[in-house]
Design a protein around this ligand. Structure first.
Ligand code: DX5
Ligand code: ZN
Length: 214
């Protein structure tokens, strides 16, 4: 299992320190939640802050866009050379075109599905993406309760991935912790995002990250 701590739960007054610490503690990706106050009822960070994160991160960035104008935001973040940019299928009229654009910028394209969106919605995009992100909470905030239907959705998605693009990764985001990590693994999930569980763990970042690396 690859582990991508969400910096949404970091201490923003000490963001560089926290990003360095999760990288040293052995995370695989640094998950960056970009919210615009329109697609979701919350507003987070833009390129100035993400550039500062990119400077200190020793692990690749995984940028999760929760915005209305995806193309504009892809252009804003492209120069930071993230490993992945994911955008929500619910908010994109031309997902295939946007996937091609992200790849042409040298970034691995990923597509995100809200809890109500069936995996079949992206069936004909699977051949072209490197990762599908299944939300296990409603996007917008850290610290929410895990929505268990993601397990069923991951299993259905896995079957489609085997048919169209076996190298495509499945990522799950929201409410992930050491209690649900085993069922996520069994459902075929390859990457987990964890915010409050990693940053709120009393036993430290290494302990929490290691507990998800099963
Ligand atoms: C929610 C974000 C998540 C969030 C996860 O919209 O996409 O990445 O920070 O936080 P936890 O792990 O606390 O649910
Ligand atoms: Zn996220």
């Amino acid at each position: 299992m690859l582990v991508a701590p969400s910096i949404l739960s970091a201490d923003f007054g000490n963001l560089a320190r926290d990003v360095e610490a999760i990288c040293e503690a052995g995370c695989d990706l640094v998950h960056v939640d970009v919210m615009d106050g329109h697609f979701v009822p919350n507003l987070t960070i833009g390129p100035v802050v993400v550039e500062a994160v990119a400077k200190v991160a020793t692990k690749p960035l995984d940028i999760h866009l929760m915005v209305e104008n995806n193309t504009f935001f892809v252009d804003l973040f492209a120069s930071l050379k993230p490993e992945f940019i994911s955008f929500h299928i619910e908010e994109e009229k031309h997902p295939h075109r946007l996937i091609q654009k992200i790849r042409s910028l040298g970034i691995r394209p990923a597509i995100t599905l809200n809890p109500h969106t069936p995996p079949e919605a992206v069936e004909f995009l699977l051949a072209d993406v490197d990762m599908v992100l299944l939300m296990s909470v409603n996007p917008g905030f850290g610290g929410q309760k895990f929505i268990g239907n993601v397990l069923q959705r991951a299993k259905r998605l896995k079957k489609l991935i085997e048919k169209y693009n076996p190298d495509c990764l499945i990522e799950v985001d929201g409410g992930v912790n050491d209690q649900n990590i085993h069922e996520l693994k069994e459902a075929g999930v390859n990457v987990v995002v964890a915010g409050s569980y990693v940053f709120g763990n009393k036993e430290g970042y290494k302990h929490s990250i290691d507990s998800l690396k099963i």
